[in-house]
Structures are given as C-alpha cells and as structure tokens.
Design a binder for this molecule. Structure first.
Ligand SMILES: [Cu+2]
Length: 646
C-alpha cells in the first residue's frame, strides 16, 4: 500500500509528469485492472467513474520538475448485487490499492451505459408497449426515453433502489426531433440495478403534439431546403505565424498567463495553478477552478414535470458527456485541441478526441486616447485566450468557456443551448407554468444554476474575502448631496460569507492577499463581479431546497479542505439533501487570512420564449475576476501597437 499523503516513495516514478497532469488512457486502464483484480470487486460491480486522485496541495506547490511523484486514481464502483458504492484509490504508479471504502445508502451518478440500457429495457417491456398502444404508438423504433434522475420526494423506493424516471417521446420520423413530440401524462419508474420497470405512472392520455417539420425539426436533412441564408461570405481567422500560446502536455502558457489544464468526469474542464508573470515575479491567482455542480429545477407542478431537478455534474457527469469538437464548426481559427477520455461502466476507456479547445481571439480595443491639441492617438487591441469544452446532457448543451485577458481579467462563461425538455397539453388547455410553443406543445418553466468552485491563491495561500457596497455619504459629510463611497466589510466566517448579489449597491466581492501589498500599501486583490443572476423560486419546504441548498446563496466561502469539492454533496443522485456547502458551513469556520475556496453560484431563469424553439439560440451567463489593486498601474501599457494598423 502506498501512503498518498507522504512524500513520494522509491516505488514511484521520477518523470516529467506533473502531479496535476490528467490521467492518461493507459493510467485509466491500469486503474480498471487494479480494481478488477481485487477480490472486493463483486461479480455484478460496475464502474461509475475514474478520475485523477488529486495530490495534496502542499506536494503540488512544492513540486519541481523531475521530482518523483505518485500517480493514483479515484475509482467509484457500483455493486449492483447489493446496491453498495465503493470509493477506491488505485495507485497506478505501483499497481496497488491504497484505499477501499464501502458506502451504503448513496447512489453514484447515472452512467452512460445505464442511459442506453434502461431505454432499451423499458421499450421492450410489454406493459410499456401496452401504454404506448393505448396512445396509438406501435413503432418502438421511434420511441425515445430520457432517464431523469429521480430525486427524493419521500417515496421509500427513492432511498432503497437505484431508480430513474423515464420521460417518453416519440419521433415523427427517423432522426426527427423527439422533444417536439413528448408523450406527457405518464412516466416510467425504472430500477437501474434490476434493469426492469418498477411501475408506470400513467395519469392521463394526452395528444402527442404534431408540429409541422418546418417548426419542429433542427436536423439539416429534415429542414426545408430553401430555408438557409445565402448571403454569408466566408470569415477566416488566419494566424500565419501560428498562435501566441504554447501547449506542453497539459501546461498552457500564453504571454504572461500560465496554467495547467485539468479534467474530471464530473466537472469536465478544470483550470489548475493559474498564475500571471508580472516583471520577474510569477504571481499565483487560482489554484483550481471548475464548474463543480449545476442544477436545473423545473417550476411546473404537472405530474410529469414536478420532479425534474437534474444535477448535471453530480448526477450525470459533464466530463463524460463532453463533445468531440470540430474545427470550423465548434471552434474557428488557429485551434489547439486536447483529447479527453472516460471509463464506461464496463471498464472500457472511451476516448473523446478534441474535447478541449484552446485558441486566442481578438477582443476589440484594450485602450485608446486621442489628444486633439497635439494630434496624438494611441490605440491598442486586446486579445484573450479561450479554453473551452461543450457537453450534451440529454436535451441541453452547455459550453463552458474560460477567458484569460492580457489585462489580467479572467472570465468564465456558460453558453446554454440545445432543446427544451417539453410537455404536452390537451386540446384547448393552457398552463401558467410554461410557454406554449405550438398546438399541444409547451416548454415548462425552469432555472439553471451553476456553482463555480474557485480555489483562490491571490499572491499566495493566505487570502480573505471582503464585500464592497457603494453607499451614499452620511449627511454631515455630504453638503452637496453628491457624495458616495465604497463600504468594505470583511467576511470573516463561513456564515458571514453566505451572501447574495445586490446590484442596487453595485456590490462586488474581492479576494485579497494577506501577504502582498501594492504600491499604496493596500492588499493586492481580485474582484469577483457578478453577471446575470437570480435565486430559486422553489419553496423552503421543497425537496430541492434541501438537496441543492447551495443555490440559495450566490457567494459561499470555505476554508480549503481537500475533500470538500461538491456543493450538493458527493452523491446528489437520489439524496435527501443537506450535504455539501450547507453542511460544511454549519461549523461557521474562520475564513479570514487563510487558504480559502470561493464558491460562486449563478442562476439563469428560463421562462421559455417562442424563439427558444426548436433549438435555443445560445444564452450566456458568467462572471468576471478582475484585478483590483493587484497591479500598481494598468497592466496593458506594454501592449505594442497592432502590426496591421494603418
Ligand atoms: Cu433552460
């Protein structure tokens, strides 16, 4: 057995591999073999996920090239024979098992295999076929079933069995848009371990919406051929000398930025050890950043919609659902791709070529000034480095984009697109809880919440978070009534640091260093500037209030703890709730002048529009990390004039 917390032993390899480098295909395969060879791996056991076992932060920060390191994988195994879950640390450097913990009463995320297998099993079930026949549907090849995570609403089966709720659709034609034709009024409760239907909840027979192809279809071969615009000339992004970034393994350097690309089956893209070189100083900003959880609560009380609350990270796994990206389509310009992979339930490594896209973009002007008296003009163009991936979670696509600017800004943006998960209405029926998209077809109200985990290291590990509101000056300091000032409050403990946006106060939060100061002697820092946001509309008594408590605050701050990674707990699938951020922060630990993690939650409210159909044009939501007293002056005065300026 290898002691993972100890400095590297003689059994580990000295190599050029950095401790945070993503698992290679060979390492993932090795982890599968290590676990399979162990007698605790049952005959009906399956793999839920395999990810890099994150090395201790202190070891990573102390690492220098050539140091011997231990490479290990976190393996989650689901044993279908008794429903138990096993958390294993497999040391791929020496072929041993360092930890094997058996856990009862939790459900790992739904695997890609279960997604496919459950649909096949449901469709071949005579009771399901009878329910379809009742609706005049006999061609099972056109029927599709989306296995929705079941949640937990007090039904004992939600705690005793591994289940999903299947929502049923029927395509109008092979390859047609399934979401244009929901079979509403029924759903299928399905046991994933037994691979059989538990029951069909058949409330009522509703008409199957039947919109014409021109308003229902998105696939090019099903769209009217005369629809496409013909007035678009090619737009080529050409970098004859190549891009300005350098990729070396998982390390990415671009001008003054330096980072390491990470990946997990749950989060997809991860940004590791982000730093900015300022003169002769390499200044850390972030240790690790990712989209750690996202939840889509639906706001429609109908029997089919009321329990739709998908946790797309914790219940499905955004990294496992990542797209293979295509040059010229998903990405334009001088692109560098990184491949990814995941392990399916059977232990087969599935490669995702070109999963991570890296490129640079012109982003308009960085700064400009003209002096009309002297006829001088200086203008500089701004560039940003873009690192992104896109995943497909059932009906929706989520693009996760990280932008790094020359001026020290970091932005994260989620692009939401894909197809509404729809419902059906009876003839003449209307609803307050969705938007009618056509006869019998509607898009139910819902929200999308994204929780970003930002393990900050602004000029070192010792950081604090302050809240800055802008307030009117008190009367005795305000003879002209014009005065206002920033009012800064230190968020000293976890409870004090549970905060919400306040646009009327122009509120922002700032992560400051407790070690470094700028030329004015004040702490260096980075502002967190909120973008679009909202709160959930679910009630205090609702199931989702307990299960995704993180959504009720936009800001949380916790002291760094290696095992605190998932805002809604490690196993949100079918959880009764209470775990993750609400549980950790109940201790009200000190978060001042310490190694801290900032959790920023952003909500996109979605009362669907007609324009969201049949495929939603991209909606964007994000936030900005902006240097604030981090530099002594503008960091972009050194930008050269554009070579093509004339
Ligand atoms: Cu939406």
């Amino acid at each position: 057995m290898t002691d993972l917390a100890a400095p590297p032993t003689s059994t580990s390899q000295a190599s050029s591999v950095h401790p945070l480098d993503r698992l290679t295909v060979a390492e993932t395969q090795a982890a599968v073999e290590i676990v399979r060879a162990d007698e605790r791996f049952g005959s009906r056991a399956r793999f839920a996920s395999i990810d890099l076992h994150l090395p201790e932060k202190a070891l990573v920060l102390a690492y220098t090239a050539g140091d011997a390191i231990v490479r290990a994988a976190d393996v989650v195994v689901l044993d279908r024979s008794d429903g138990s879950t096993h958390e294993i640390v497999a040391v791929v450097s020496d072929g041993t098992v360092a930890q094997w913990n058996r856990i009862e009463g939790v459900q790992p995320s739904i695997t890609v295999n279960e997604f496919v297998e459950s649909e096949t099993a449901m469709k071949s079930d005579p009771d399901f076929q009878a329910a379809m026949a009742k609706r005049g549907i006999t061609d099972m090849s056109l029927v599709t079933i989306d296995p929705w995570s079941a949640g937990n609403y007090g039904d004992p089966i939600e705690s005793s069995h591994r289940i999903v709720r299947g929502l049923v659709f029927v395509r109008g034609t092979a390859g047609g848009n399934q979401y244009a034709r929901p079979i509403d009024g029924m759903l299928v409760v399905f046991d994933l371990n037994a691979m059989k239907i538990v029951r069909i909840e058949d409330e009522r027979v509703l008409p199957v919406p039947d919109e014409p192809a021109e308003s229902a279809e998105w696939s090019r071969h099903l769209m009217p051929s005369d629809r496409e615009r013909s007035d678009i000339k090619p737009l080529d992004i050409v970098q004859l000398d190549g891009p300005s970034f350098e990729v070396n393994g998982d390390r990415l350097s671009w001008q003054k930025w330096d980072m390491r690309i990470g990946w997990s089956s749950r989060e997809g893209l991860v940004i590791n050890t982000l730093s900015y070189t300022d003169g002769d100083q390499v200044r850390p900003v972030l240790y690790r950043a990712s989209l750690a959880e996202m939840t889509v609560p639906y706001g429609d009380p109908s029997a089919t919609q009321a329990r739709k609350n998908a946790f797309d990270a914790g219940e499905y796994g955004m990294g496992m659902l990542a797209n293979s990206l295509t040059l010229g389509c998903d990405c334009l310009g001088e692109i560098h791709y990184l491949d990814a992979h995941f392990c399916d339930a059977e232990g087969t490594v599935v490669e995702i070529p070109q999963a991570i896209c890296i490129h640079e973009e012109d982003f308009g002007i960085s700064w400009k000034h003209s002096d009309f008296r002297t006829d001088q003009t200086e203008v500089r163009r701004l560039r940003r480095l873009v690192v992104s991936f896109i995943c497909t979670v059932g009906n929706y696509e989520y693009g996760v984009y990280w932008y790094f600017y020359q001026d020290g800004r970091v932005e994260s943006e989620i692009k939401l697109t894909g197809i509404l998960s729809t419902g059906a209405l009876d003839t003449g029926e209307t609803t307050n809880y969705g938007t009618k998209l056509g006869d019998h077809l509607y898009g139910p109200n819902h929200q999308h919440f994204f929780c970003m985990r930002l393990d900050m290291t602004v000029d070192g590990l010792a950081n604090s978070v302050v809240e800055v509101d802008t307030v009117q000056a008190p009367p005795d300091e305000n003879p002209y009534g014009n005065a206002f000032r920033g009012q800064t409050t230190v968020l000293a403990t976890e409870q004090q640091a549970q905060r919400r946006i306040d646009p009327m106060a122009a509120r922002y939060w700032k992560v400051i260093s407790n070690e470094a100061t700028n030329k004015m002697g004040t702490p260096t820092g980075y502002k967190l500037i909120a973008g679009e946001n909202c709160l959930p509309f679910a009630t205090e008594e609702s199931s989702i209030r307990a299960r995704a408590g993180y959504m009720w605050n936009h800001l949380w701050v916790t002291p760094y703890a290696a095992d605190e990674r998932w805002p809604a707990g490690a196993y949100p699938n079918q959880s009764v709730g209470g775990e993750g951020l609400p549980a950790w922060t109940a201790a009200d630990r000190d978060v001042e002048n310490t190694d801290l993690v900032v959790w920023y939650t952003m909500g996109h409210n979605h009362l669907p529009s007609l324009e969201d159909w049949p495929v939603m044009p991209v909606a964007c939501i994000g936030f900005t990390l902006k240097p604030s007293g981090f530099f002594d002056h503008s960091p972009v005065m050194d930008l050269p004039p554009s070579s093509t300026c004339h």
